[in-house]
Design a protein around this ligand. Structure first.
Ligand code: 5GP
Length: 260
C-alpha cells in the first residue's frame, strides 16, 4: 500500500493518506514523550514493538466483538486503519490506584479498586490533558450522551477482556488509556489509536516490576527489554529475535601442505 501525504503527526505516531479513501496508514515512531512533552527521547525499536503489540490486542478485541479501526499490519512500523475523526477525549480505565490518581486524590499507591474506575481527560496538550466530567463532555458537545453510554459499556468490556488476557500471561493490568473515533462515512463510534505498553500500566504479577512506559517516565531503564517481555509473553515475539549471536571460537589457521 503506497503512502500518500502526511495528514497528522502526533507524539508517537504519524498518519498518512493512502489510495483507499476511507483508510489511512498509521506509522509508529520510536519517539517517547512524558509529562506533557517536557521529557523526550528516541528509543530504538519501541515503535516496532508497539505496532506488533497493538495489532495483537486490537485483533483479539475484534474477535471478542469490539469493533476497532485496525484493518491489518502492513510492515514492521505501519498499519492500515480505518479513517476516523478522533473524539478529543482520553478515556482512562483504572483497576489499581497509581499515577495521577494517587497524586490528585491522595489515594494510597497500589490500592486495588473494588470496581474499574473510568475517567475522562480532554485531549489537549496545551492544557495538560485536564480531567473532565461527563457534564463537560455533553455541555461542550465533545460527544453525545448516546456515544458516551456506548463507549462506557465498551470500556468495561475492553477492561474485562484485557485484564483476563494479561492475567493469563502473568501481568496485572493496572490502568490504560484509549481513544475512540467516528468513522468518516457513517459517524459510527469505534475504538481507535493504539493499545500498547505506551498506553497501559502493566506490572508483573509476582514482582510488580513495571513493564510499560513508566520505565521511561521514571528513569527505570530497559524499556525495550520490558516491552519485549510483554510481546514474548503474549506469544508474538519469538525467542530467536532476542538471541544474541553465538560466538564460535575462530578456527585456527591451517597451513595447507604444498603439493610436491
Ligand atoms: P495517569 O493519568 O495516571 O498519568 O495515566 C493513566 C493511564 O493512562 C496510564 O496507563 C497512562 O499510560 C495512560 N495515559 C494517560 N495519558 C496518556 C497520554 O497522554 N499518552 C499515553 N501514551 N498514555 C496516557
Amino acid at each position: 500500500m503506497k503512502k500518500g501525504k502526511k495528514l497528522y503527526e502526533g507524539k508517537a505516531k504519524i498518519i498518512y493518506a493512502c489510495a483507499e479513501k476511507n483508510l489511512v496508514i498509521q506509522h509508529f515512531k520510536d519517539d517517547a514523550t512524558a509529562f506533557n512533552n517536557q521529557k523526550k527521547s528516541v528509543i530504538e525499536g519501541k515503535g516496532i514493538l508497539n505496532n506488533r503489540i497493538s495489532e495483537h490486542i486490537l485483533t483479539c478485541l475484534s474477535q471478542a466483538g469490539i469493533k476497532n479501526h485496525l484493518v491489518k499490519r502492513i510492515n514492521m512500523r505501519e498499519q492500515l486503519i480505518k479513517y476516523v475523526s478522533i473524539i478529543p477525549i482520553e478515556f482512562i480505565v483504572r483497576n489499581i490506584a497509581t499515577g495521577s490518581l494517587t497524586k490528585r486524590l491522595g489515594i494510597e499507591e497500589g490500592t486495588v479498586l473494588d470496581n474499574p474506575l473510568i475517567e475522562y481527560c480532554l485531549k489537549d496538550d496545551k492544557l495538560g490533558d485536564p480531567l473532565i466530567s461527563k457534564e463537560h463532555i455533553l455541555t461542550f458537545k465533545w460527544a453525545t450522551k448516546k456515544e458516551i453510554e456506548k463507549i462506557d459499556k465498551q470500556l468495561n468490556r475492553i477492561n474485562d477482556f484485557l485484564v483476563g488476557m494479561f492475567r493469563g500471561v502473568g501481568i496485572k493490568l493496572v490502568d490504560f488509556k484509549v481513544e475512540f473515533g467516528r468513522l468518516k462515512n457513517s459517524n459510527e463510534v469505534i475504538l481507535a489509536d493504539e493499545i500498547s505498553p505506551d498506553t497501559c500500566r502493566l506490572w508483573d504479577m509476582n514482582t510488580d516490576k513495571k513493564l510499560d512506559k513508566d520505565r521511561f517516565r521514571n528513569n527505570l531503564g530497559n524499556l525495550v527489554e520490558a516491552y519485549q517481555d510483554v510481546a514474548r509473553r503474549l506469544g508474538i515475539l519469538h525467542e530467536q529475535s532476542n538471541i544474541r549471536p553465538i560466538k564460535f571460537p575462530r578456527p585456527k589457521a591451517v597451513k595447507l601442505k604444498k603439493n610436491k
